[in-house]
Ligand binder design. Sequence first.
Ligand code: ATP
Ligand code: MG
Ligand code: FE
Length: 344
Amino acid sequence: MIILGFESSCDETGVALVCTERGLLSHALHTQVAMHAAYGGVVPELASRDHVRRVVPLTRTVLLQAGLNLTDVDAVAYTAGPGLAGALLVGASVAQSIAWSLNLPAIPIHHLEGHLLSPRMVDPCPEFPFVALLVSGGHTQLMRVDDVGAYILLGETLDDAAGEAFDKTAKLLGLGYPGGPALARLAEQGDPERIVLPRPMLHSHNLDFSFSGLKTAVLTRLRDVQALHGPVTESMQADLAAATQAAIVDVLVAKSVSALEQTGLTRLVVSGGVGANRLLRERLAQRLAKKRAQVFFPPLEFCTDNGAMIAFAAAQRVSRGLVDLRAPRSHGFDVRPRWDLASI
Ligand code: ATP
Ligand code: MG
Ligand code: FE
C-alpha cells in the first residue's frame, strides 16, 4: 500500500511517499526558517501562506522522484495536530481534497506520534516496548511505548521545552533564530565547566522537567560577566553556550536513565529536533552502554519536522489495523491545534 503524507504543523512543509511493504520511497521538504528569522520567531499567517505556495510543487517532486502518479497512491496521511491552526489546515485540506477526489482513505496523524516512531524508519529498528524521549521545539516528554498507539506519559516539562531552552538561550547570546543548532555549534569551542549553571529538577524524584529558569540563569551570568569584564568575548560566549548545553543534556540523560530504571525497560528511543544534538547522542550512548541498554535515534535529517515521519506513522498504523480504510465522507476539515498524545 502506498501512502502520500503531508506535514505542515509549523514552519516546515514536508511531503513523502511511503510503501507499507518497502518503506520510504521519496520525500521532499521546504523549511521557512529564513523567512521567519527576520521576525525572531514563527509568524503564523506567513507560515500558512508559505505552506500554500509549497505544498503542490513538493507533491509533484515526491511523485516524480518515486516514478509514480497520483493514481498509484492508496491512502493520504496528514498531520492533524498539534500545531498552528492555519498551518495545519493547509496540509489537512490538501490531503483531504486529494482523498475525496480519488476516493481514498485520509489518515489523520498526531505530529508527536510521527516524531516518536521516526527512529523505526531505519535499521536497527527498535522493537516494542521502549521508553521514548521526545525532545523538540515545543515538547519535552518521556513516554512508555508498548506498541503503535499505546503511549503512557511518564513525565514532561512543566514550562519550556528543551528545544525552546536552546533557542531562547541562543537568542540571549545573539545567535539569531532558531539558535539551537548554532548554540550547539558554538558550544563545541567552549569550556562547559568555566561557568556552572543549575540542573533544574535533577533531584526532583519524578520524571518531569523544567527549563525556563535556565535562560534566566544565563542572563544573570551574562550580566555578571559584562559588569566584571566588559563586553562578552567570543570565548566567554562559547563557554556560556557549552554550560547551557551541558546543563540541558545532563538533565535529559539523568531522567532518561531513571525512566528506564522505573519501567525496567532496556530500550530508549530519542526523537525530535534536539535528538540531533551531538553531545546528547554521545552521553546517552555512553551511559546506556554501561547499563546494557540500547539507544536509538532517527537519522539526522528526520529529527526535525518532515513529511516522511507522518507517512511512516500512517503506514505503521495501517499495518496494525488501527486505521479506518474507508474513503472519507465530506464533513469539513478536522485539525486539532491542541492535542495530547497519550489520549490517542
Ligand atoms: P514540536 O514537534 O514540539 O511541535 P517543532 O516541530 O518545532 O516542535 P522540531 O522540528 O522537532 O520541533 O525541533 C526543532 C527544535 O530542535 C528547535 O528548538 C531547535 O533549536 C532544536 N534543535 C535542532 N537541532 C539541534 C541541535 N543540534 N542541538 C540542539 N537543539 C537542536
Ligand atoms: Mg520547525
Ligand atoms: Fe515537530
